[in-house]
Design a protein around this ligand. Structure first.
Ligand SMILES: Nc1ncnc2c1ncn2[C@@H]1O[C@H](COP(=O)(O)OP(=O)(O)O)[C@@H](O)[C@H]1O
Ligand SMILES: CC(C)(COP(=O)(O)O)[C@@H](O)C(=O)NCCC(=O)O
Length: 324
C-alpha cells in the first residue's frame, strides 16, 4: 500500500505537473543555431541596478527563449490568418503580447529589456515595444485620498480600466496607443507624460500583477483579465528570503545614488543613518512588498507559460515550460 502511494506520488509529481522542467544546461541546448546578437556592453547597459546578468546567462537562457518565441509568433500569426479567412475579413495586424510577472526586486525589468533587444534583432527586424504597468498606478494624490499609499503595487492601486483599454486598443490594431508613465525618482505617475505604442509586432508588458485573476471587482460584467490579452506569459521566480535581500540591498545602493538627488522622493532616506535606512527598507519590504508577493503575486505563478527560477546569485538555474 505504502509502495503504491509512493509510486502514485511520483506519478503525480512527474506526469501531472503541467510543466516540463529544465536545468540551465538542458535549456541551453535548445538554443540550436540562434545567433548571439548582443554585445557585452549592451548587456551591461540593459541590466538594472543590483541585477547583474552574464553573457553566459543570455546565451543559455534567453537565446533558447527567443527561438521558442519565434515559433510561437509565427504560429499565432497563422492562427489569426485562419480566423480572418473564416470571417472573410481583412487581416488586421495583431501584436503578439508577452506578459512578464514576478515580485518587486526579482529583476523583471532587466529580463524584459534584454528580451526586447534580442527579439528586435530577429532577421525580420520586428518592432518590439516595452511597457511597464507602473504607469497605470493611480497617482499618489488618489492613493492618498483612498488610503492606499501603503498598498502601492497591490491590485487595487492600479487603474485597471485604463490598462484594459490600452491593451484592447493595441490588440485591435489601433495606431498611436498611449500608456502613462511612472517615475521611481518622483515615486509618482508623471502627469501629461506618455509612451506611444504604434502597431508593434510584439509588445512586452511587465509588472507585478499582470497574471492576476482573483479579487478583482467585475460588478457582474464580463470584464476581461489583463492576461486575456497575452499570447505568452513569463513568471520570474526566486525564494522569499533571496528577494528580501535583493530588495534591501538595492534600497541601500539607491541611497548612494538616485536618492542623493534633492529632487528625489526618497532623498530624505539618503540623509538618515545606515541603521535607520535599513529599518525603513525592512519595513517597506515586510509591510508592503512581501505581503503583496504572498497575497497577490505568487498565487499567479501557476498561470504562467514559462517560469524562470533565479538562484541567490541572480542567475536563472531552472526553466519550467508549460506542456498543457
Ligand atoms: N526607488 C527607486 N528608485 C529608482 N529606481 C528604482 C526604485 N525602485 C525600483 N527601481 C528600479 O525600477 C525598476 C523596477 O523595479 P521593480 O518594480 O522592483 O521590478 P524588478 O526588480 O522586478 O525589475 C528596476 O529597474 C529598479 O532598479
Ligand atoms: C512601482 C511598483 C509598484 C512596481 O510596479 P509595476 O511596474 O510592477 O506595476 C514598485 O516598484 C513599488 O514602488 N512598490 C511600492 C513599495 C516600495 O516602495 O517598495
Amino acid at each position: 500500500m505504502v509502495a503504491m502511494e509512493h509510486s502514485l506520488n511520483r506519478f503525480a509529481e512527474e506526469d501531472l505537473s503541467p510543466y516540463r522542467v529544465f536545468t540551465e544546461a538542458e535549456w541551453a541546448k535548445l538554443r540550436a543555431d540562434t545567433p548571439m546578437t548582443l554585445t557585452a556592453t549592451e548587456v551591461r547597459r540593459l541590466q538594472s541596478l543590483n541585477d547583474p546578468v552574464s553573457m553566459g546567462q543570455v546565451e543559455s537562457i534567453l537565446l533558447p527563449l527567443s527561438r521558442l518565441l519565434a515559433y510561437y509568433v509565427e504560429a499565432t500569426q497563422q492562427l489569426h490568418r485562419a480566423t480572418s479567412r473564416f470571417l472573410g475579413s481583412n487581416d488586421v495586424k495583431n501584436p503578439f503580447v508577452i506578459g512578464i510577472a514576478g515580485s518587486v526586486a526579482v529583476g523583471k525589468s532587466t529580463t524584459a529589456r534584454l528580451l526586447q533587444a534580442l527579439l528586435a534583432r530577429w532577421p525580420a527586424s520586428p518592432k518590439v515595444d516595452l511597457v511597464t504597468t507602473d504607469g497605470f498606478l493611480y497617482p499618489n494624490a488618489v492613493l492618498e485620498s483612498e488610503g492606499l499609499m501603503r498598498r502601492k503595487g497591490f491590485p487595487e492601486s492600479y487603474d485597471r480600466a485604463t490598462l484594459l483599454k490600452f491593451l484592447s486598443d493595441l490588440k485591435a490594431g489601433r495606431r498611436h496607443v498611449r500608456a502613462p508613465v511612472y517615475s521611481h525618482f518622483y515615486y509618482d505617475v508623471m502627469p501629461g507624460q506618455f509612451v506611444t505604442v504604434d502597431r508593434p509586432d510584439i509588445l512586452i508588458l511587465e509588472g507585478l500583477n499582470v497574471l492576476q485573476t482573483t479579487n478583482l471587482p467585475r460588478d457582474g460584467k464580463e470584464v476581461p483579465f489583463v492576461s486575456d490579452f497575452f499570447d505568452f506569459s513569463i513568471y520570474i521566480d526566486a525564494e522569499e528570503d533571496v528577494l528580501h535581500e535583493w530588495y534591501v540591498s538595492r534600497f541601500m545602493r539607491l541611497r548612494e545614488t538616485a536618492f542623493r538627488d534633492p529632487g528625489s522622493y526618497f532623498n530624505k532616506y539618503s540623509k538618515v543613518g545606515d541603521d535607520e535606512a535599513l529599518a525603513i527598507a525592512e519595513g517597506l519590504w515586510n509591510e508592503i512588498n512581501l505581503v503583496n508577493l504572498r497575497e497577490n503575486i505568487l498565487p499567479t505563478r501557476p498561470r504562467a507559460d514559462l517560469i524562470l527560477r533565479k538562484a541567490d546569485t541572480h542567475a536563472i538555474n531552472e526553466v519550467r515550460l508549460r506542456k498543457l
